[in-house]
Write a protein that binds this ligand. Structure first.
Ligand SMILES: [Ca+2]
Ligand SMILES: [Ca+2]
Length: 300
């Protein structure tokens, strides 16, 4: 009989809450007050394209805080006023385009929703200029979004994310997990599948749209967005993934199972089915596991 098993995981979202940054990001994206940036040949990536200023929604950063290491910020107050230089869609409370402030919602409303404004809270299409990618040899691409107060599990939001009009399933999956308790922000880093690369080379802009299709009462905010092309693994903040591999039916731990990351690096589980992978660049990661007599399992 074939049985399935899946690792109980601490990945992506939880990963970032559990990491201690080992190194400071050696980013060359240093002009944080600029509303946009386009950089080439940096230590962090061959290309960095950013929209939105890096200012924690205008609240600023705690001493020594590196916004690129995926740690959560401290709780900030709300509501707040967006600055006039902040473009639509940044540094303000956004609500689903289907949000109806008069509707009675089964999953309730968060504190942000009280600041709903039919114009200012409307999600927008973010446009990242991609002309510098015209002749790029794209080996990998990552979307980084500094997110604040996304709470799908609590308020039943269902985020739809599109890049150049096509669904970006990995981002949607991540946002369906993410439950940012309290008004806090963090950077998420999501690998972009290869099928999008052609558009990056051929179109002058990358269009990104993020909206909740359920009309939920989950207000959210975005500080800045970056597209990294040919990200350099050695020059990113790193974290540790900790998890367990269990038999899906009996929930008994499986020792000596092999646990893989997307880059094929692997570790083996101990007698309690536990594993620990260190030195993983911060971001969303798919972890797979295999063991004789079982179908492979995966979690992300
Ligand atoms: Ca929220
Ligand atoms: Ca900002």
């Amino acid at each position: 009989m074939t049985r399935h098993f899946f690792p109980i995981f601490i990945l992506g979202i939880c990963l970032a809450n559990n990491i201690q940054a080992q190194v400071k990001t050696r980013t060359e994206d240093k002009n944080w007050t600029a509303q946009s940036a386009e950089l080439a040949n940096t230590l962090e990536a061959d290309y960095i394209i950013r929209v939105g200023d890096i200012d924690n929604l205008g609240f600023g950063w705690p001493e020594g805080f590196d916004p690129f290491c995926s740690r959560s910020t401290e709780v900030h107050s709300y509501p707040w006023e967006a600055k006039k230089e902040d473009a639509a869609g940044f540094d303000r409370i956004l609500m689903s385009s289907k949000f109806n402030p008069n509707a009675s919602l089964t999953c309730g409303n968060d504190g942000y929703s009280a600041a709903y404004d039919p114009k200012l809270s409307k999600p927008v299409t973010y446009q990242l200029p991609t002309k510098i990618l015209k002749d790029a040899d794209i080996q990998n691409a990552y979307l980084q979004i500094f997110l604040d107060d996304f709470q799908s599990p609590t308020f039943c939001s269902k985020f739809r994310v599109t890049i150049n009009g096509s669904r970006f399933a990995e981002a949607e999956k991540l946002l369906s997990f993410l439950d940012q308790t309290g008004p806090v922000g963090k950077l998420v880093t999501i690998p972009i599948p290869e099928e999008f690369y052609k558009g990056f080379k051929e179109k002058p802009v990358m269009s990104l749209y993020i909206d909740d299709v359920n009309g939920s009462g989950d207000g959210f905010a975005i500080d800045f967005i970056r597209l990294l092309v040919n990200r350099k693994r050695d020059n990113t903040c790193k974290g540790t993934i900790i998890g367990r591999v269990l038999d899906k039916e009996t929930e008994q731990p499986i020792a000596n199972a092999t646990v893989f990351l997307a880059d094929k690096s692997s570790v083996t589980t101990n007698a309690e089915g536990q594993f620990r992978i260190t030195g993983v660049p911060t971001g969303y990661e798919i972890v797979s596991a295999s063991y004789a007599g079982y179908n492979d399992g995966a979690a992300g």
